[in-house]
Design a protein around this ligand. Sequence first.
Ligand code: MIG
Length: 780
Amino acid sequence: MLLAIYSSKLFAQQHMQTEILGNTESINKQGNVLIIKTKEAEARIWVYSPTIIRVGISKEHSADTSFAVIQKPSENLDYTESPDEIVLTTSELKLRISKAPLRFNFYTLDGKVLSEDDARFGVNWQGTRVVNYRKLYKDEKFIGLGEKTGDLNRRGSSYVNWNSDVPDHTPKSDPLYETFPFFVGLHGGLTYGLFFDNTHKSYFDFGATTDDTMSSFGADAGDMNYYFFGAQSVAQIIEDYTWLTGRMEMPPLWSLGYQQCRWSYASAAEVLDIAENLRKDKIPADVMYCDIDYMDHYKIFTWNKETFPNPKAMIDKLKAMDFHLVTIVDPGIKVEPGYKQYDEGVANNYFATYPNGEKFIGSVWPGRCHFPDFFRDDVRKWWGASFTALTKPGVEGFWNDMNEPAAWGQDIPWMVKFGNYYMPEIRNAYGMQMARATYEGTKKILGNKRPFVLTRAAYSGTQRYSAVWTGDNSAYDAHMLLGQRMVNSLGITGMSLVGVDIGGFSGDPTPELMVRWNSLGVYTPMFRNHAAKGTKYREPWRWGKDNEAIIKKDIEQRYRLLPYIYSSYYQSHQTGLPVSRTLAINYTQDTTIFDTKYQNQFLFGDAILVAPVESTRFTEDVYLPAGEWYRQSTGEKFEGGKAISADAPLTDLPVFIKAGAIIPMQNVIQSTNEKGDGILEINVWYGKEANSFVYYEDDGSSYDYQKGAYYKQEISFDPTKNNIVLSAADGSFQSKYDKIKLVLHGFKKDIKVKVDGKRVALTDNGVIFNNDNKIIKVDF
Ligand code: MIG
């Protein structure tokens, strides 16, 4: 008898159990939360906004914390109850909850299905592992998840989130460095979003392995905690998601210029030499980087006394040439008594430990290292204050690397503790918390100056603190295209300021690939040339005179476009809409844009369509969505809704302008410090439909814009009224452009133009007038 009980226990231990969320046992409203209990778990439902409903299903209801979410639920919670179901309604959405078994099904107000639980399996557990199976619709597509390999449409693919250092990853590798558990589903002409806010190792399957009947998402542990977004456009879903998780502040203008990096410029002399060369060859640039070799034995917050003997003198010289310096920091603090950060960290118990309290040691660049516990407020403050070692001599940008966190061997023991958390619970948020510490600390030190922070590892919400780049890519064409898809995908998940290593980190690009990739870099939100140790030098003049001329011309175009780009960042700051936008944002229902042939194309800001092209191809099929388009370089006009064959020589990436576009530009300057000729060139491309653009400007470096020191002007084009109107500017900032030049593209040849009622002659299709900060009306 005893033996029988004993062996059945053993049996239970050896075999995994599956528990499926069962029947409702009680329903309770407590304030603004609806609580539904079943035998297995407890579900809580909150309404965050009319288009955002949160469902939290938990076995134990641990503390309700989030690294991502910055909003509180609303007070509204309206529902009705019948014997079979609970129906929760907002002004935009309906959530029908079936009671037995407990399942969650979302509809539009007029009853169209957005997303339903799989009636059989819904939410279920195996041990601590929790999964939600949802119905998969025949035509359903999926986009999102941020930095992921694969196609734009993620249908038929599965992914894992587990922040990892993956040098030499391929266009198929997964997981990579960052975790953004947010996707958008598209079916039947409808849209919805879903954010699974759980930092454990997580899993998404978009019909890859369930005979095309279910999609699923889940995690190794933690709650089934998700936010459902029911807005009926991808742009509105992104706006809602970034309302929930935060938006970026205005970036320093200099960070939008050309950035020159290498692992590593080995000495102050070399850094200065590269900067001087950029100026000598008149290649516009704003940023130089120091990678890990500027440090003394890779000790964070130190300088190598031999190779960088006088950092301030070096940075002063860079500043005199209008360069800003970004330096790298890694999380690993070298175990070395006498080293300030080590001593302070040990004295205050700032480092991660084993369960017995012993400090964890992992090996990285400095050798044996401890790892700061960035989940603690006091540790973040300490880390942030340490940046004075870099800010004192004048560093203004802070590059956070290796924060997955990486250690040689790559698998930090799961029993390592960060405060009360074991590593697997929060690994995916470590990099984000490091970037947060860096951002909050340097912002405090720099006073009213905007720091630039760049991080490799990230979690949802990182846009509040930092830019990201896509890690160690490689110098071949497929990687260039993959990088573009990742940039576009990161944009869906709230990350607007995003870059890839232009040229490919590992390996050596051919001159053609370098030139091509640089021309794509013009239209990459963050434009940084970077390369690994051991590769050939990558700077614009290393490719022969002819190639240098192309690279230079393309970088000049980036600087010409900065007024448009900066205004696009203002949109990201205001609405969360990214600067690089997959066509799935504006042309969601056009199935052709998901064709793998066209899936890398994107809109850069509102109106510039860019088609990435491999370096070995000199004509390319480009799909132009509905509407009319102009080739930027030739002005040739095309009817959209079809693919065209576009010339694509290395000198001319296929770039198209949407009819009706309003694109503010400026003359070529060598850096964002330079004032230029004082003329804001507003390009209007004729179209049949009215359009408007919000032009935005501020000092580009301080937070005064948050107190009204900006210049904001609406520019509208109306072909039915034959006019273009510039509104008076909003805000207290004085524009740096004292003249405006209006340039008309695609208008009738013999057009007559009046500015504020007075006839003026067109020169080079343009009219020029003073920027007196009053309404200006141009009739044509
Ligand atoms: O183990 O700092 O992704 O951009 O140049 C490699 C050296 C560490 C990885 C980063 C890369 C950087 C490199 N780092």
